[in-house]
Design a protein around this ligand. Structure first.
Ligand SMILES: Nc1ncnc2c1ncn2[C@@H]1O[C@H](COP(=O)(O)OP(=O)(O)OP(=O)(O)O)[C@@H](O)[C@H]1O
Ligand SMILES: [Mg+2]
Length: 285
């Protein structure tokens, strides 16, 4: 059987990028979810893909278990003009890792590739990242009464009781909020918490940020910064932080909290909504 079906690419076929060795025990498959900024591939063991395709007989029944990614391989769509630019980007990731730690983000081994395509040299930033299995926490669709219940229900095979899982998940989200606040305070940067799929709740009640490449500065003035894709991700990320605090952790937001007083001021939020609408309008053809 040829396990290289149309979805499973050997290294050389990954977008024709010739810096990935095709041979070996691993295969790359385009991940079914993807974002604006990165191309994401599952790194699969060839053996697992074979079992997924051929199936395996268990208790007399043939099952086709989905190959679980061993890693995620990320290629940033942005191309960089110089090595220094890439190092700045990697440095921002280091700041995130130092503040949140590998228990709260999907850690990544970032590397750059000096890539020549049709005679033109460009620098590509890639990452081999931990795969995080779980359910997406969508801050805009949380049920008011039990914000984490739907995620718990969807996580199949959780061995924990709901109450114990919830307690642990809230502790982890609490740590996430605290450490993100510390990062904002000491570095002046915030990671992108706003994109759908950026935050994942896990079977063991772990909580991780998987989108680690959009880390933006916060400005304590009236300017509303938009990121390289035209999205006000700094302001919206602060809003997501406040949703985690208020709706998931059920901590009342204090009116004199300097971060929220500044970023969540009603007039400012109105302008952020306008910029978001503009962003989505530009996305639709
Ligand atoms: N390490 C990972 N483990 C599990 N899922 C992941 C991982 N990395 C990304 N994903 C999923 O892939 C999708 C796209 O990821 P991500 O948001 O990081 O892409 P992006 O192009 O960098 O982002 P954006 O468009 O938000 O700027 C999301 O749904 C996310 O949940
Ligand atoms: Mg994202």
């Amino acid at each position: 059987m040829d396990i290289r079906d149309r979805n499973v690419l050997s290294g050389d076929e990954v977008l024709g990028l010739n810096f990935i060795k095709g041979s070996g025990p691993y295969l790359f498959r385009r991940y079914y979810r993807s974002g604006l900024r990165s191309l994401i591939f599952e790194v699969l063991s060839a053996g697992d893909v074979e079992t997924e395709t051929q199936g395996e007989v268990m208790d007399g029944i043939r099952l086709f278990p989905r190959a679980r990614p061993r890693k995620m391989f990320r290629i940033l769509r942005n191309r960089f003009a110089s090595k220094e630019e890439v190092l700045t980007e990697i440095q921002k990731y280091r700041v995130l890792l130092n503040h949140l730690g590998p228990d709260l983000i999907a850690a990544s081994e970032e590397f750059m590739v000096d890539y020549t395509l049709r005679g033109k040299r460009e620098i590509v930033l890639c990452g081999l990242q931990e795969y995080v299995e779980g359910e997406i926490l969508d801050p805009w669709r949380l049920s008011i009464k039990e914000p984490l219940k739907d995620m718990f229900t969807s996580l199949s095979g959780t061995r924990m009781e709901y109450a114990a899982w919830l307690k642990k998940a809230r502790e982890n989200i609490g740590r996430f909020v605290d450490r993100t606040r510390q990062m904002i305070h000491s570095s002046g940067y915030i990671p992108d918490l706003a994109g759908i799929g950026n935050l994942i709740v896990m079977k063991d009640a772990g909580f991780k940020l998987v989108d680690i490449n959009n880390i933006v500065p916060l400005k304590p003035d009236r300017t509303i910064l938009i990121d390289d894709k035209g999205y006000p991700s700094c302001d919206v990320s602060v809003e997501v932080l406040s949703i985690l605090e208020r709706d998931v952790l059920e901590i009342p937001l204090l009116p004199d909290d300097p971060l929220y007083r500044h970023f969540l001021a009603p007039e400012r939020k109105k302008e952020v909504r306008r910029l978001e609408t503009l962003f989505y309008a530009r996305l639709t053809p």
